[in-house]
Design a protein around this ligand. Structure first.
Ligand SMILES: *Cc1c(COP(=O)(O)O)cnc(C)c1O
Length: 467
């Protein structure tokens, strides 16, 4: 080990507190830290010169690869002008252009979406929540104060976003400061109690499911208990990411929207993970021709470069905030880095890459390839489900595939497999025992094959077939 390597690790272990990390394990002398020093395309390189494929796109943020020339250039060019100036009482050259582009991508017939800028996915959700509550008040609907969200939904770690999630593990400790929300079943066919189909090797449970859309009936029943007290349904469309890549059956989103519409309930879509092509469409809601009342964007908005987020609100919502100053209908909310120029420059360049390179076509081609490659996982007896949507592939490990019995959580099976994958040159983080591949869109077909190969080897290292 070189001296500098030692010092980075030592400083980290002494001074830094990492997210979602048991720090006692982290700071233990035997724990080796990986210090990333550079990246290019789908490859990351550490201080020791080892290279890894970025199998989860740097926690679902990166789209076109690291050091993408067009995004690099846009940020450099913007640096030559200004990095940041306040968005309070001022505007800048970039944010309005980005707002126009984002609204345009949703292609609403009235083109009246308004874009509110913030910093990360959690704040994009907080903004939507506060806008919804205030808009209801100002529209003379003060009783509509409650939110409905899906079980195991994840919308971030701020107090409002946590309240929308239903994760006992992540958020149990903060109950005292969280507000109550109504929990509707997340339509996860593989583990859905309404699905009568027996598990089948090689089959996506969404295609073979046997049910009567009881998840939608249950949503309806919950809303009908007091529809006039509910402001909005909040959900991740098509894929519930942090839940473990729960993929919804086609048609759920459309049905959920109809159920809400009929009751005057708004739809807040969290596209922080699913946005920007990840599911194969620019936005997941476009797969079902659904236009939400609010949409939250983060992660991939800047191509995975900078912390910028956006909340889109419909014209109807926006109108509720217009008035004389003394009526105090203003949205009293803001963040210091709202509309940040460097972030907006990266985001505009990101959208340019989509347009110039026809990225949605690239995603279609590469996701078909990934689907072929990932069929290998079905050969392993401890794989219970292999599901995919666009460039999101999830492999769920189970003790017994015929009963779907999970491994005991404390065995950390998924974690161990991913640690082994790292030794084979692949970086990815599991969710419990769900292994994930979310490659950057620039990953070549060879790199996709190497990612699948590394994960397959790692799986067999940790769980030799027949064990
Ligand atoms: C990551 C994520 C968030 C939170 O975003 P942060 O930038 O981490 O605050 C919210 N919703 C979804 C669906 C996410 O995947």
């Amino acid at each position: 080990m070189g001296r500098e390597m030692h010092s980075t690790t030592a400083l980290d272990k002494q001074f830094v507190w990492h997210p979602f990390t048991q720090m006692r394990e982290w700071i233990a002398p035997e724990t080796e830290l990986t210090v990333i020093v550079s990246g290019r395309g789908a490859v990351l390189r550490d201080e020791a010169g080892r290279e890894y494929l970025d199998g989860n796109a740097s926690i679902w943020t990166n789209l076109h690869g690291h050091r993408n020339p067009a995004i690099d250039r846009a940020i450099r060019r913007q640096l030559g002008r200004i990095a940041h100036s306040s968005f309070l009482g001022l505007t800048n050259e970039l944010a309005p252009r980005l707002a126009e582009r984002l609204a345009g991508l949703l292609a609403a017939p009235d083109n009246r979406y308004r874009v509110f800028f913030s910093d990360d996915g959690s704040t994009a959700l907080e903004v939507a929540l506060k806008m919804a509550i205030q808009a209801r008040l100002q529209r003379g609907e003060p009783r509509r104060t409650r939110f409905v969200s899906l079980s195991s939904g994840y919308h971030g770690d701020t107090v409002g976003a946590m309240s929308l999630g239903h994760s006992r593990l992540f958020h149990g400790a903060y109950r005292a400061v969280m507000f109550e929300t109504i929990e509707a079943p997340g339509p996860h066919c593989y583990r859905c109690s309404f699905n009568q189909a027996a598990p089948q090797r090689g089959a996506d449970q969404r295609q073979v499911r046997q049910c009567q859309w009881e998840c939608v009936s249950e949503l309806k029943r919950l809303l009908d208990q007091a529809p006039a007290t509910i402001t909005a349904l909040v959900m991740e469309p098509v894929i519930q990411g942090t839940a473990g890549m729960w993929m919804h059956p086609a048609g759920y989103l459309k049905r959920a929207q109809e159920v809400c519409r009929e009751r005057g309930i708004w739809l807040i879509l969290d596209e922080v993970m699913t946005g920007f092509g990840r599911t194969g469409a620019m936005f997941a809601c476009q797969k079902e021709a659904v236009l939400p009342d609010f949409m939250a964007l983060g992660k991939g908005l800047t191509g995975g470069y900078l912390p910028l987020a956006a909340t889109l609100a419909s014209g109807e919502v926006f109108d509720a905030f217009l008035g004389q100053y003394h009526q105090f209908k203003t949205f009293f909310h803001g963040h210091s880095y709202s509309g940040n120029q460097l972030g907006c420059a990266a985001a505009l360049a990101n959208l340019d890459v989509f347009a110039r390179r026809d990225i949605l076509k690239v995603i279609a081609r590469k996701s078909a390839r990934l689907r072929q490659l990932s069929q290998v996982f079905w050969r392993h007896p401890h794989v219970g489900d292999v599901r995919q949507e666009g460039l999101v592939c999830a492999i769920e490990l189970v003790e017994d595939w015929a009963t779907k019995q999970p491994f005991p959580l404390a065995q950390r099976t998924g974690f161990r497999v991913c640690a082994a994958a790292k030794r084979h040159g692949l970086l990815t983080r599991p969710i419990g025992d769900v292994l994930l591949l979310l490659p950057p869109y620039c990953a070549t077909e060879r790199q996709l094959a190497r990612m699948v190969g590394a994960l397959w080897q790692a799986l067999n290292d940790e769980l030799p077939s027949g064990s």
